[in-house]
Design a binder for this molecule. Structure first.
Ligand code: GDP
Ligand code: MG
Length: 457
């Protein structure tokens, strides 16, 4: 869509925050509003993402009296729950997502995973807005369904308002302790230096229009270069999944360019680059038909930004987190194959020079990179001797057990967001290899630290 002479793509947004802060519920609310009223409003549920066309956002933000000039075609909100979404969306050290929503429960303030999210955002240099969620839990809150937050707050009792202000001030102080200036977005006079807070209720929808409008207007204002649509395909593999009737498929985020059925593609494999061609470009059925199980809509072509499932041969050994390349008629396929594995090789080579250290394993290149960054920080400083992606298998335990002789504590596997096969677990128990698993990076550190302290005693 060409507007104002600019051809912008949809910003990509992911949602982060402590467990139970309301991440899923906010997504439900973003998706659900118009569906409940019987009109999908053009919203489509993509693979692990929700696409909101600008029309839908304009309609929902009418009450804000913001003469909403939307220059982007829509907003792509990534649904993958938890931190996973963010680490999975990492690519070559920086985030694939253009902006994040950090959800904070107004009744709880900053919690451990809020702080971990903040650290991930800082490391990825990713901009974000704060959704101060569950305002409806303030005692005596009067509901104004899906209303702009300013309007809803103005109509509350004095008690509710003062309780709101008390909690807000406390949370602003907590952010300050983390080195961040924050302010209610409609009072924020230094946007860009001071982060925006949008009070929301994911249950009754107050503030959700504000959140949507802010995300779109802020990104299109401050990220024009980043959001300028480019024909050159920029695409990252999010997930590898076996789907009945389609074999092994990959879910991808298409950030720029167009993908076509039949395109020859190259993706990163565990051993070698995989060259194949797109058999089908798939998206789930539109909202209303989501319950139709196991069926996907095929497309001849899809333009960025979107999340798409790709069916093709040979995808069994694909690695999540790496880029997908399209081979054009004049392209040198060998050069492309080389580029495909560059990122993997750079991550895989980040092992300690001494050859001594723990074994780390993660779900995607992005999450692996995030884990390695964390382990390298001076406060943590855990050396790594070997690296792998995907579930922990026997071969990983065997490799890790070789460290036991060098230093007992290094006979350890730190497994982030991956499964451990029962055989691997059994062998580890027999050999004395410790396997720590977690979905949250710093939990791995806590477990490992407790283990070392225990060894020292
Ligand atoms: P997540 O772990 O961050 O994804 O949190 P969920 O979205 O699963 O929400 C956790 C719990 O909080 C659920 O019981 C939700 O119904 C509830 N919840 C989420 N948002 C709100 C809100 O705005 N108001 C109220 N009252 N409850 C909420
Ligand atoms: Mg959730």
């Amino acid at each position: 869509s060409v507007q104002n002479g600019q051809d912008l793509r949809s910003p990509i947004c992911c949602i982060m925050g402590h467990v139970d802060a309301g991440k899923t519920k906010i997504l439900d609310c973003i998706r659900g509003t118009n569906v409940q009223e019987g009109e999908a409003g053009g919203i489509t549920q993509q693979i692990g993402a929700t696409y909101l066309p600008a029309e839908n956002i304009r309609e929902r933000t009418k009450g804000l009296k913001a003469d909403a000039k939307l220059n982007v075609p829509g907003l792509l909100v990534i649904d993958t729950p938890g931190h996973e979404s963010f680490t999975k969306l990492r690519s070559r050290g920086s985030g694939l997502c253009d902006i994040a929503v950090l959800v904070v429960d107004i009744m709880h303030g900053l919690e451990p995973q809020t702080i971990e999210s903040l650290n991930l955002l800082k490391m990825g240099n990713t901009d974000f807005v704060i959704a101060l969620n569950k305002v409806d839990r303030l005692y005596g809150w009067k509901t104004f369904r899906n209303a702009p937050i300013g309007k809803a707050i103005r109509q509350q009792s004095k008690d509710v308002m003062s309780e709101f202000n008390r909690r807000l001030t406390e949370i602003i102080t907590q952010f300050k302790e983390q080195g961040l200036n924050t302010e209610l977005y409609y009072k924020n006079k230094e946007m860009g230096e001071t982060y925006n807070i949008v009070p929301t209720s994911a249950i009754s929808g107050e503030g959700i229009p504000d959140l949507l409008l802010l995300l779109v207007q802020w990104t299109q204002k401050t990220m024009i270069t980043r959001l300028t649509y480019s024909e050159k395909v920029q695409c990252t593999v999010l997930d590898i999944k076996a789907i009945e009737g389609h074999g092994t498929t990959i879910d991808v985020v298409l950030v720029n360019g167009v993908l076509h059925e039949g395109d020859q593609i190259v993706v990163c494999g565990m051993q070698e680059p995989i060259v194949t061609s797109i058999r089908a470009l798939l998206t789930p059925h539109p909202m209303r038909e989501l319950r139709v199980k196991g069926t996907y809509l095929p497309h001849k072509e899809i333009k960025a930004a979107q999340c798409i499932k790709i069916a093709a041969q040979e995808l069994e050994h694909a690695i999540a987190g790496a880029s997908l390349y399209v081979v054009g008629p004049n392209d040198d396929i060998e050069a492309i194959k080389k580029s495909t594995v560059e990122y993997k090789n750079s991550v895989m080579s980040r092992i300690h020079k001494s050859g001594k250290g723990v074994y780390v394993q993660a779900s995607t290149l992005g999450s692996l990179e995030a884990l390695l960054d964390f382990l390298e920080t001076p406060a943590v400083n855990i050396p790594v001797s070997s690296i792998s992606i995907g579930p922990v298998h026997i071969k990983d335990v065997k490799k890790a057990s070789a460290m036991l002789d060098k230093k007992k504590e290094y006979g350890t596997i730190l497994a982030f967001d991956v499964k451990v096969t029962p055989e691997a677990r059994k062998l580890a128990d027999e050999n004395g290899v410790k396997i720590f698993t977690a979905d949250i990076i710093y939990h791995l550190f806590d477990q490992f630290k407790a283990y070392i302290d225990n060894l020292k005693e």
